[in-house]
Design a protein around this ligand. Structure first.
Ligand code: NAP
Length: 347
């Protein structure tokens, strides 16, 4: 018998497609939302998932279209809200990042409440927890990003404003809605579709030597399959409440390069060896960063030369998600980049 119906917003996204796969595997009916026409070729990978023919329906709706969300939510038992613009560089940060993220949260959760949905899981980010790394500090779920703005790390500002609104709506709902937010770090791993996600592009760019030197940057890395498990566990466990950092390990660019080399995954690629670090190296890269587009420049200026650390252990303790080893994630990321043709070997 078919289990309950779950709405997954932005179903074609890198993370959401894994959430859809996991839900179908567990016997749920899934109502996925997309921006295009559901019959388009780019959604064929979703329609081909095991169980999709019987239990996946796709609906077209835009985050800014308030009325469009009401019919989508009717008849659903839970919502997993992942849809949100995900990129550092845009023309107009307010129009292209902050407004859709915030309005989308308002429309999705508003329509969910109207439809009597009592359980919502929202994909937030470590970006809603920290605007910039503070070397020596381990961020936790108690931390909030209080510095990002339309000018400074605007993607981070969008994620923070959207998550804050989600919690405000939950409070207003006075017990009618139970919300969980999943706050992932840099999400890597295999992709269900051919699109190249900006987070996975970090590994592709490293292998292709897009930057001729290793920069003093670090990320809290997590596998997309674990992120999907976290969303589904958060939806299923009645006692799950609040925010969950979803990040396994702090990995610097130099360490990532070392792990790729050690695993034999770098052969034939232009992975850089020279590491620009220390005060002088960071100052030099910050100078070069001035020539980058606004979003990337802001990110580099706030992140270079610092080590990002966050405690993702609550997710394992309370939702039972054990993180995959970063070596496994990197191996599967590279295999997948090759499979989809994203790694044209430079030699
Ligand atoms: P993604 O592949 O770009 O997925 C984003 C999804 O949102 C896509 O389905 C996209 O639809 C949809 N979307 C964007 N703007 C929309 C709009 N105005 N109306 C309707 N749909 C819209 O990126 P992702 O990595 O899976 O991101 C999913 C969520 O995870 C986002 O909330 C992101 O902020 C969060 N996150 C990602 C990472 C990461 O490292 N990847 C880390 C932390 C948090 P189209 O396909 O039509 O563009």
């Amino acid at each position: 018998m078919t289990k309950r119906t779950v709405c997954v917003t932005g179903a074609s996204g890198f993370i959401a497609a894994h959430v859809v796969r996991e839900l179908l595997e567990r016997g749920y009916a899934v109502r996925g939302t997309v921006r295009g026409n559901p019959s388009e070729r780019r959604y064929a990978v979703l329609r081909a998932l095991p169980g999709a023919a019987e239990r996946l329906s796709l609906r077209t709706v835009e985050l800014l279209d308030e009325a469009g969300w009401r019919p989508v939510m009717r008849g659903c038992d839970a919502v997993i809200h992942t849809a949100s613009p995900f990129r550092l560089d845009v023309q107009d940060p307010k129009r292209d990042l902050i407004d859709p993220a915030v309005a989308g949260t308002r429309h999705v959760l508003g329509a969910a409440l109207e439809a009597g949905i009592a359980r919502a899981v929202t994909t937030s980010s470590l970006a809603a927890i920290s605007d910039e790394p503070v070397t020596g500090k381990v961020f936790t779920e108690a931390d909030w990003n209080v510095r990002s703005s339309a000018e400074r790390n605007p993607y981070y500002a969008a994620k923070t404003a959207a998550e804050r609104l989600a919690w405000a709506l939950e409070a207003q709902a006075d017990g009618a809605l139970c919300l969980v937010s999943i706050n992932p770090g840099l999400v890597l791993g295999p992709s269900i579709g051919p699109a190249l996600n900006p987070s996975v592009a970090v590994v592709r760019d490293l292998l292709l030597g897009v930057s001729p030197v290793l920069l003093d940057l670090s990320w809290m890395v997590v596998d997309v399959r674990d992120v999907a498990l976290a969303h589904v566990a958060a939806m299923e466990l009645p006692e799950a409440r609040g925010r969950f950092i979803c990040a396994a390990e702090s990995v610097s660019m130099a360490r990532m390069a070392q792990l790729l080399r050690q695993a034999g995954l770098a052969e034939g690629y232009a992975l850089p060896r020279l590491h620009l670090r220390g005060r002088l190296g960071t100052a030099l890269v910050k100078l070069i960063a001035q020539r980058q587009s606004a979003g990337t420049r802001s990110y580099l200026l706030t992140h270079l030369g610092k080590v990002l650390r966050a405690d993702g252990s609550r997710l394992t303790r309370e939702l039972g998600v054990a993180y995959r080893d970063v070596r496994t994630t990197l191996r599967d990321t590279v295999g997948d980049l090759e499979r989809w043709g994203h790694l044209a070997r430079p030699r």
